[in-house]
Design a protein around this ligand. Sequence first.
Ligand SMILES: [Zn+2]
Length: 350
Amino acid sequence: MRAVFLLLGSLLFVGPVNAAEPAEPAANRAAAAEHGAKAGSVAAAIKEVTQPVKPPSVIKEAPMSGADRTLARDAAQREEELGVRLKASLARLEKANIAARQAAQRPRPVPRPRVVPAEPIAMVPHATHWDYEGENGPLRWGRINPAWSQCDSGQRQSPIDIRDGIRVDLEQIYFDYKPARFSVLDNGHTVQVNLGAGNTITVAGKMYELVQFHFHRPSEERINGRNFPMVAHLVHKDADGKLAVVAAMITEGAASPLVQTIWNNLPLEKNETTSPSMTIDVNQLLPVQREYYTYMGSITSPPCTEGVLWLVMKAPIQLSAPQMAIFARLYPMNARPIQIGSGRLIKESN
Ligand SMILES: [Zn+2]
């Protein structure tokens, strides 16, 4: 009997362990080992219980009356019944133990590491705002946007102070401009006139098409240290996308009918374009004398791309004072500072 009660105590102790579902794989292993040990002791206990129960020694020791015998028989019968019930419940517990052990040994679904969606790579658009003064001024252009690094690191930047050129017989630039439709854009940095196809220059055997022209105040380039009140830049592009820029210096003098037509059609808002139904003849923006300086440089605003053929006319053109004042109202200062020459060769017409 004592063995039976000890066994019950042991099983009661096992119960809660089975009930607790370990959460971690390491805990699983420990729990499984423990279940194994407990299950072993249960099996041993069952074996013990199934041994024939010896009749109590007291029955042998003293002769019993009929009533005593009846009592003893009843007691033996109850004990036998108890043993049967215990066997049954032990068998149930054993079954439960085996199930628990199997459950512990069954590979648990390993909790998948929670996939934290990668932080979307910040598609922070690089700044594109630049200016001629202040915190977005020319000295910072190269750091505003990585694509503009040449503004800082380039060795062939424009504008330059044109001096000490070599005088040679420069081939004349062949201008093939004809009246063309145009549109006027105030792009926030200058007034720009865009042109349709058909206006070309040919220089050193290469043909470039005029794409647009625009103005700076004062002139960006200097000639022997001197700048001009304004300059017009006529931007051309060849079939490979290479640029050639003709610069026409501007002094105060006679009114320019061409520039007047452009001012007449200035858009009222920045970044808006007007496309009047008329034509302009860009020949009017060229000086009569066509001698020029030439050197390799860059565009003078971000991204400061190099490989630009510069053709700076020696003779200036003229705008009237009121025409200059109109541009000054819009852009009092839109000139990039002079860049270092870095030993570049400058050639000039004789
Ligand atoms: Zn320009």
